[in-house]
Design a protein around this ligand. Sequence first.
Ligand code: ADP
Length: 623
Amino acid sequence: MFRLLAEGVSEGIIVVNNKQQIVATNSATDQMFGYAKEELVGQSLNILIPSKYHHAHGGHFKDFLAKSGKRKMAEGRELYGARKNGEEFPIEAGLNPFPLSGSTYIMALVMDVSSRKAIEEDLKLKSKALSSAINGIIITDAQQEDNPVVYVNSAFEELTGYAREEILNRNLRFLQGEDRNQKSIEELRNAVKNGESCEVEIRNYRKDGTLWWNKLSITPLKDSNNSVTHFIGIQNDITERIEAEEERNHWNKIFEESLNEIYVLDAKTLRFISANQGAQNNLGYSLQELQQLTPLDLKPEYNKASFKKLIAPLYSKDRGKVQFETIHLRKDGSTYPIEVHFQISSIGNKSVIISIILDITDRKNYTERLERTVEERTKQLRQALEKEKELNELKTRFLSLVSHEFKTPLSSILTSTTLLTKYTQEEQQPKRDKHISTIRNKVKYLDNILNDFLSIERLETGKVKYNLVEFPLSKIINQVIYDANLLLKTGQTINYPENIDDVMITFDEKIFELVLSNLIHNAIKYSPENTKIDIQVKETGYALQLKVIDQGIGIPKEEQKFIFNRYFRANNALLNQGTGIGLNIAKQHLENLGGNITFESEENKGSTFTIEIPIIVEEKVNT
Ligand code: ADP
């Protein structure tokens, strides 16, 4: 029965005597060591021990015999067996001494542990790998309450700044600190609850409080019943990547949200590769549409040749940048002024042009406004200068006029006064009257010239002040005609206007007199004897119209356009005295007061001068 039993067990059984001779083996031993049945019997035990241990083994054996207890062999040491073919293999042995027929025998139970050792080695290796991995690795026990950490590698300690003891037996959620409101935490919780694997990016905090981004993947480990026993968590520090991403996003946002237009275009084909929102908004094209275009489609001021020439420095690398101003053409056909900045760059191996474009409408408007203002100021200055010049000229002319125009009337006044003294007789009164009339006439003439000059001076210096009053039209007409009578040539008559007795006008009295006397004096001066001068007055709806019609020399057609110019005198008028000032100032005054002056004339037939004076309707207050 024992023999059967010995053959049945998987351990090797070896019995040796006190001389270390094998006295019995079972077949498990024979197989384990590679011997045939009974081959080992009678052999020394040394045959089963690798020769390098022989020496030591003898001592151990004696020791054992002396103590003679049942125990495991080679406690604390590795034990090796030697097969018949010389191969060594790890074994475990238990020793049982027993006496039989007065002698001591030892039964050794031997197990081949090579495969277990191999597993152990494997485990050791894996464990070493785990602990020396550069990723933080933890294992949690899913079957304990709150899933505590039961393993942590050194990379994890390093990553988090916590020591092993501070991590073990805790739930890993402490890594999130107060930052609990994260979507990925929810995801993680669900995976743990459902025993699933998952991968999340989560904000974690080191022991010193600094933030790090953890790309955490957890995988459940299941037993044979398919229930989760552990989770393995692998942590990756992706802070740098996330920060780079954030920075990229930031730049991207700046690019997209810039109100300036930013483009990237292929340096070879010049086609747009991308364009920011600002560009799409300004131009009215979508990105897809723009990708079919080149800058030439947007810059109507350039053709292919001129554009190529413009951007040539970008390619020759002697200048990395090209800057210029032009206009952009929107999709709707409208344009706007722009400032363009081109720069060469590259994406991967591709050479690209970065283009930044500023809408300079406002700047342009400002510049144009400034230019206009400068122009306006320059004009004003020029005018002021001109006025200054004219005043100077006026003075010079006045002096030459005084010496020239005043000469004739003054000498005739002198003659008349000299002659006056000769007419001492009473009956010579008519002669005296004639000379007195001549003197008055000439004085009046000189007075008129002086008035005209004063008028110009006032108009020029802006000192003229008008004084609007209501007066009867007939008052001034009477006065002017009365004075003019003295100037009439033989046979000349002035036809007084009809129906003006009740006409009242609101105007500057002095100016009206000046204008009217100018016109009537001219009519007299530029008409021969025996002609008539008509004065007609008519009220149109808004103005009072007054015509002075003569039958005089008229004004040559080609000179008519100059007649209101200051100092201008027509060719056919040069035999008469005059200054060329009267009509000019009459026109200025009338226009200043809302009226106007026009004429029609035909040489040798006569002229008609027409003035219009606005009718000012005064509001009557009802009492
Ligand atoms: P002046 O009579 O002192 O020369 P005015 O300014 O009054 O200056 O007139 C300018 C010019 O217009 C005159 O020199 C003359 O050539 C022309 N002129 C004005 N009134 C008449 C008129 N009634 N008939 C013909 N020519 C006229």
